[in-house]
Design a protein around this ligand. Sequence first.
Ligand code: ATP
Ligand code: MG
Length: 561
Amino acid sequence: MAEILDFIREVVAEDVRSGKHEGRVATRFPPEPNGYLHIGHAKSICLNFGVAEELGGTCNLRFDDTNPTKEEVEYVDSIKESVRWLGFDWGDREYYASDYFDRLYDYAVDLIKAGKAYVDALSADQIRQYRGTLTEPGRNSPHRDRPIEESLDLFARMRAGEFADGALVLRARIDMASPNINMRDPTLYRILKVPHHRSGDTWCIYPMYDYAHPISDALERITHSLCTLEFEDHRPLYDWTLDQLDVPSHPQQIEFARLNVSYTVLSKRRLLELVEGHDVSGWDDPRMPTLVGLRRRGYTPGSIRDFCRRIGVAKKESVVDVAMLEHCLREDLNRWVPRRMAVLRPLRVVIENYPEGQAEEVDVINNPEDASAGTRKVPFSRVLYIERDDFREDPPKKFYRLAPGREVRLRCAYFLRCTGVVKDAKTGDIVELRCTYDRATRGGNAPNGRKVKATLHWVSATHAIPAEVRLYDRLFSVESPGAGGRDYKEDLNPDSLEVVKPCYLEPGLAAATVGEHYQFERLGYFSVDLDSRDGQLVFNRTVTLKDAWARIEGRNLVDSR
Ligand code: ATP
Ligand code: MG
């Protein structure tokens, strides 16, 4: 398929043509290990690794681990696993900003010596007050003109642990009147007496992201530093930092719009709150937009890559309809997932003219859209389960399925006619249907060309295996959770998880293993959940069969905000 050229791919391809950066392409995916990756990160991963792959370049995996208070090894491990799962390989190019702590420190000393940085004693609050606003310039700190020697001494003593957290900071000395607030002497280093997941107790001062990031990029000789739009205003600082220092290269920062998806939140902070508040079962809850959640739900890496390709890369913020993600998933699953029969809400059917104690095997088509998938044997007997929804005692107009006196087809088996209804004497609930079958319709077709209006899936009650099935709806009940200043948690969908059991599956499914996909005919795509135990399978509904996308095809898939 021809690659869709977006503005970033155009810039990078042009740089290769013109020989900028010696014609090299080097990108990086720079997660902060403070949470699990989500579908928004997939966009960045596909872009960074994709651009490198297409243009014969390299893409580094770099952990931006400059904030020890929120970072953990657990996150590093899961991030690596998710990037690999998505289908990308960073080879031996696994880097950590923390590996550069020594050099970052030395560069900071260079800045001080050049009069481009100073140690400030203002408190965080004071720094905020001095910073000014969008309409008012900031004011110089009284320590801004501190002699270079003094700053050097204080900075060394900050590193040595002589001062308490927050007592001093190192600030760039740029311009307190700059119209860009990021340029008003931003903080470069702060004291944090917190051990780091990699450097341990070696450091008690840590570099700020805006300082560490450009230097890390330059040390790795990145050519194109792709980041999301919120960093656009930080670009002057990115360039300023590199311009002051004797670094091996000067990468070019290019910003693109972050991915937003309707009916969910894509912020690690909020996702962590959902986990910690037990609103979901964990980072890998199948309703979560995290890559581990999507994976557990049954999303395939190919469908996510396809999604990222289709949404493209632009400079304008937008919200992508979650139906688009589901569409990509169905397209993938539809091609290769085997069909099976399962009854989620069983209604017992007794076939009065089928001999008691007898059973037979019928040949059921594995994939109606792919003849080469062949058939399989499924047991049929006197007592079956059908879907409760497939019967109405008093059928409304346009209900063509089973009803008293009516005939339907059992998929690949026989025609079945309902002759009676058995009810619970107390509650009046229907507990069983009495039916007859027509022996002459074996395989599901009448020799005389007699027609029925519906085909139902079914399982043999004595042969079926019970299972638990988890049905999911959107995690949030509104398109933009938390819009208009509401607490986004108020928008959680209370019905996002429905556990159905026992469901009954055709017996061949007893051999299903964790992670496998099946289409349950007429019900959707399902995958085997990792909660499955011997003798107790648990299935997740990955996605329903109906392509809501078909109905909204006329609509813009990306709503611009
Ligand atoms: P969050 O806001 O969800 O906490 P983040 O931007 O703080 O995310 P990082 O770990 O810093 O998370 O992100 C790593 C990379 O992924 C960055 O380059 C970031 O720009 C990119 N990224 C994060 N969220 C999105 C998104 N929704 N769409 C596209 N790229 C994203
Ligand atoms: Mg971040």
